[in-house]
Ligand binder design. Structure first.
Ligand SMILES: [Zn+2]
Length: 440
């Protein structure tokens, strides 16, 4: 049995049965039809405290296991976080081992990854008896610097990637000076942009290869790795170009429509130039989603307001979610609920106006938000039911109606949920003002 429950450290959940099924996989605990944990099976095997912790982590049932980088909120690798990590690792007293974790679908993957950045020097510091030699080249003392810059395979990969090394080669032993070289040359205009910007993928690939060798016995040659790095870099540059093209298109559209943002069947994040509510394009509906979350009682209150192209409120709704332990979860539940509600009302051409930038980011570029793959998968699954949809960022001032509705649940404990036509009478002034202002 391998540790797969994240509880400060990775550990095995406490198993309540005296006879342990060694063949039990995490996937056996998942109800794939419901895309959720199988609650009965969890109760059969584990204690209530651990069940709460297990349920906190949602899994993505439609995809294979994937890696996330734990040191960024979005789960994606960045040089800044790698640099921070290098500093942490080099401190004399290391508080915790850096680790990469996959999704929690399959126990086997957890086994491979539960201590992924533990180079043997670090593991030995922690009292684990390991062969201190590098598993690749056999050199004594496998440090982070050795793995990333000094080891024979790493050196080959740097060379074959045509990344210029420092004048006297990468420093043997000083990970800081090597990172410094990468960071100062990031904007070195005398190097081709594809080269100077490629180092995050080189580091990532070297590090990933090392872990695959260490934990799974898989080896990769330098040529394969360099090809993969090149693909990743190209993909990234392509994505940047696509983003710029979308920027351009939406800007053009935006100006030609006098400030309207409506990219049909496409998502895009672009702040409004003026924080006033604006109607959707003709034939579409606009849904503003508001959320208010109370830390005191872990209560998330959500509301949505649906308006037409003339700014008339067609429907509004609100509801609350209990046991919501963080704001990200509150935002996700609110938006998913709003989308599902509109589908149930047969509204299929909708512009969703959301205040949360992160949520828009994980819909826009899920690849950059691996930590939120469950959320992005669920949202995209729901959006797939719409004929046309788009997502825009709404500034707080333009989202006031939905926000005030949501807040009324938390502030006044109006916990009953409902859907109603038009707006509530106490918000008459606000919605009428927005309707008139938007028609000017
Ligand atoms: Zn080595």
């Amino acid at each position: 049995m391998e540790p797969w429950l994240e509880d400060g450290i990775m550990r095995i959940p406490w198993i309540k049965n005296p006879i342990i099924d060694l063949e039990l996989f995490v996937r056996d605990l998942i109800d794939f039809a419901r895309r959720d944990w199988d609650h009965l099976k969890l109760e059969e095997h584990f204690f209530p405290d651990d069940i709460v912790k297990i349920k906190k982590r949602k899994h993505v049932v439609d995809l294979d296991d994937f890696y996330i980088w734990k040191h960024n909120k979005n789960g994606d690798f960045s040089v800044k976080s790698a640099y921070w990590l290098a500093c942490e690792i080099n401190r004399v007293e290391i508080n915790s081992l850096a680790e990469v974790q996959p999704s929690i679908n399959i126990l086997k993957a957890q086994k491979a990854l539960s201590g992924a950045l533990g180079v043997t020097d670090q593991l030995r510091h922690r009292g684990m008896k390991l062969d201190g030699r590098c598993q690749v080249c056999g050199k004594d003392g496998e440090s982070i610097n050795h793995v990333l810059f000094e080891c024979s395979v790493a050196r080959k990969i740097w060379a074959m990637s045509h990344y210029p090394s420092p004048e006297n080669g990468f420093d043997k032993g000083a990970v800081f000076s090597n990172f410094h070289h990468l960071l100062v040359n990031r904007d070195n205009k005398s190097w081709p942009i594809n080269i100077r910007k490629s180092f995050p993928w080189i580091l990532w690939r070297i590090w990933k290869n090392k872990n695959l060798l260490f934990f799974e016995g898989k080896s990769f040659d330098a040529r394969q790795s360099v090809m993969k790095i090149q693909e990743d870099v190209d993909e990234w540059f392509l994505a940047q170009r696509k983003d710029r093209m979308v920027d351009l298109n939406v800007d053009t559209l935006n100006s030609s429509l006098g400030g309207l943002i409506a990219s049909a069947a496409q998502v895009h994040y672009l702040p409004d130039p003026l924080p006033i509510w604006k109607p959707p394009l003709s034939g579409r509906l606009k849904c503003n989603v508001g959320m208010s979350w109370s830390t005191r009682n872990n209560l998330a209150c959500s509301a949505w307001v649906l308006r037409d192209e003339w700014g008339r409120v067609l429907l509004h709704s609100r509801r609350s979610f209990t046991n919501v332990t963080n704001k990200e979860q509150a935002v996700f539940l609110s938006v998913l609920w709003a989308m599902e509600s509109l589908i149930s009302h047969r509204c299929t051409k909708v512009l969703f106006a959301l205040h949360d930038v992160s949520l828009i980011g994980l819909i826009l570029r899920p690849i950059a938000w691996p930590s939120f793959k469950y959320e992005s998968t669920e949202l995209m699954r729901c959006l797939g039911l719409f004929l046309e949809w788009s997502v825009v960022h709404e500034l707080p001032l333009a989202n006031r109606g939905a926000y005030l509705l949501a807040q009324s649940v938390t502030a006044e404990c109006r916990l009953n949920s409902y859907v109603a036509s038009s707006y509530p009478s106490w918000l008459y002034g606000l919605f009428e003002h927005e309707r008139l202002a938007s028609s000017v």
